[in-house]
Design a protein around this ligand. Structure first.
Ligand SMILES: Nc1ncnc2c1ncn2[C@@H]1O[C@H](COP(=O)(O)OP(=O)(O)O)[C@@H](O)[C@H]1O
Ligand SMILES: [Mg+2]
Length: 314
């Protein structure tokens, strides 16, 4: 087995003055050529983890290596091998698109000709051919996002970090980026991406670490994660239990494993197992509760995610 290209061991980060650690001992490793996902809600510690791996944030515990180089001891070697597309746009808006690309490559020591040629190639690949001379402040959000990825690729990084690359994009722009990310995988680039979009994680990632409150709570292939549900089969019900709460729970527990979230008058109940919709509806009614909605759980990553992290808003 070749050594992993990214290795993170018991990584910790406490920001100055923060009461709690933003990252509380996360471990994972990424093999060359993999698309690895960090999936988690807002504030989970995804951007902080990327910050450490890209040498922008200094860890307060644990170790992280990129292509064998320790991010704390050899930040320059790390920076030469990676590129990062940050969560927030940081293009130079007063420059043209092509200047944004070529200035970036100059920093990495590419010749003027190489820079120009590579910039044209990437503008083309990212659907920006003919728009290179426009100033970036005229670009739409989707165009700016594509340009940020093009800029990241100028120096042919071996490892690309994408921090929520599709958040806020329209569906077309999102599909386009997914295709681009898959093309990068074909070309052998290793990718770490963060997202809170289950569909995206499932579609793109070879393996996914689910993080929440600074901790890794699961790590597996999308398929393996789906198997973390008590059963990957089941039903989800929305009910108004009224005064029937206790008898309803008892009736459902006789049919499978029950997971309840109550908000106001309503409860959302996940019933794992092989109970049939008809018998469940009958049981709800017999208990004296009102059934509002019933759907089949498909064992999607979203179901896994909610099962593991709960429904609290962040
Ligand atoms: N520069 C900072 N200073 C202090 N706290 C921070 C800073 N950046 C992030 N945090 C805190 O660290 C936690 C993790 O944030 P972040 O890594 O941005 O999560 P995510 O990217 O998963 O949304 C949050 O509680 C956030 O408020
Ligand atoms: Mg973030």
């Amino acid at each position: 087995m070749p050594a992993p290209i990214v290795s993170v061991e018991d990584l910790r980060k406490r920001y100055p003055q923060a009461a709690d650690e933003a990252v509380k001992g996360i471990s994972f490793s990424i093999d060359e050529g993999e698309i690895f996902g960090l999936l988690g809600p807002n504030g989970a510690g995804k951007t902080t983890t990327i910050g450490v791996l890209t040498t922008r944030v200094r860890s307060t515990g644990g170790t992280a290596t990129v292509d064998g180089f320790d991010v704390r001891k050899d930040p320059t070697a790390v920076k030469q091998r990676i590129a990062v597309v940050p969560q927030r746009p940081n293009l130079d808006r007063s420059l043209s698109a092509i200047e944004n690309l070529t200035f970036h490559a100059a920093y990495f020591g590419f010749s003027r000709r190489e820079r120009r040629q590579r910039a044209e190639e990437l503008l083309d690949a990212f659907g920006l051919a003919g728009r290179g001379n426009e100033r970036v402040d005229r670009y739409s959000g989707g165009m700016a996002q594509r340009l940020m990825i093009a800029r990241a690729l100028m120096h042919r990084p071996r490892i690309l970090f994408l921090d929520e690359p599709t958040t806020g994009l329209d569906p077309q722009a999102r599909l386009f980026l997914w295709d681009q990310i898959e093309a990068l995988r074909e070309a052998g680039t290793t990718i770490l991406l963060t997202t809170h979009d289950m569909v995206e994680a499932e579609r793109l990632c070879d393996r996914i670490a689910i993080v929440d409150h600074g901790e890794r709570i699961a790590l597996d292939t999308p398929r393996g994660l789906r198997q973390l549900l008590p059963s990957d089969a089941g039903l989800e019900l929305m009910v108004e239990p009224g005064r029937a709460n206790g008898s309803l729970t008892a009736a459902l527990e006789a049919l499978g494993e029950v997971d309840t979230d109550a908000t106001g008058d309503r409860s959302r109940i996940r019933l794992y197992g092989n109970a049939r919709a008809g018998e469940v509806a009958a049981a709800v009614e017999q208990a004296g509760a009102k059934l509002i909605e019933l759907r089949v759980l498909e064992g999607t990553l979203e179901d896994v995610f909610v099962h593991l992290t709960g429904r609290d808003l962040r």
